[in-house]
Design a protein around this ligand. Structure first.
Ligand SMILES: C[S@@+](CC[C@H](N)C(=O)[O-])C[C@H]1O[C@@H](n2cnc3c(N)ncnc32)[C@H](O)[C@@H]1O
Length: 208
């Protein structure tokens, strides 16, 4: 839910590029559940993190319409590899990626991340997990061997609209999976963990 403080935050942050405005607009016009897109503040955070880390390769799990992949591409040295299993989105994603030279730094792979990740052979100093909330633990274990020590894994929506602390959602499968994921990672000695209350919750894991 957008509120006055969100407006203030946006007004006091450097705006995103016009192409990201355009993709946001095209997504809202043409795609169901357009709210899934990261949005300007989280998008700038993804861009800043990517530019701070300057990794050779970034892995994104959950492309949707390409918005966050473009944000991540702003700092990558070689390629963002982004995974999307909904093949109905493929043409739209490719169209969005063609709107910016950054699109050339993005490789879109269509298919189930659970099947694709084990076949990847790059090292990924930065991973962004943003696909099926019920599968976050699976993605985390699959990417773990591909992340070097000192590398970073981001997991989106870890507050899930506040449902993680709301008993009304005790039977909701996505809420239950995210609670389990949050409880597990904070106790997992393989990581240092920071759950940032930005947008819908963004967990940053540092692989020890
Ligand atoms: C929240 S959206 C991603 C939003 C995007 N990262 C952004 O910020 O603009 C989640 C996407 O993950 C995809 N997805 C879900 N499960 C997946 C899987 N197992 N493998 C690949 N993609 C998956 C969905 O089809 C959806 O497009």
């Amino acid at each position: 839910m957008h509120n006055l403080i969100d407006d203030y935050v946006e007004q006091h942050s450097t705006p995103q590029s016009p192409v990201l405005d355009q993709i946001t607009h095209l997504t809202a016009l043409n795609v169901l559940n357009a709210h899934q897109l990261s949005g300007p503040i989280q998008g700038r955070l993804l861009s800043f993190l990517s530019r701070m880390i300057e990794p050779d390769y970034i892995l994104e799990i959950g492309t949707f319409t390409g918005y966050s992949a473009i944000c991540l591409a702003e700092g990558v040295r070689q390629k963002v590899i982004t995974l999307e299993h909904n093949d109905e989105l493929e043409d739209r994603i490719r169209q969005h990626l063609s709107l910016t030279p950054l699109g050339k730094k993005i490789d879109l792979l269509i298919g189930d991340a659970k099947k694709i990740i084990p076949a990847l052979n790059h090292s990924f100093p930065l991973v962004f997990i943003d696909a099926d909330k019920r599968e976050y633990e699976i993605y985390l274990e699959l990417v773990y061997p591909l992340v070097p020590a000192g590398g970073w894994i981001l997991a989106d929506n870890t507050l899930w609209g506040g449902h993680v602390i709301d008993h009304a959602y005790d039977k909701d499968s996505q809420t239950l999976a995210l609670r389990l994921f949050n409880d597990k990672v904070v106790k997992d000695s393989r990581f240092e963990t920071l759950l940032l209350p930005i947008r819908d919750g963004l967990t940053i894991l540092r692989k020890c």
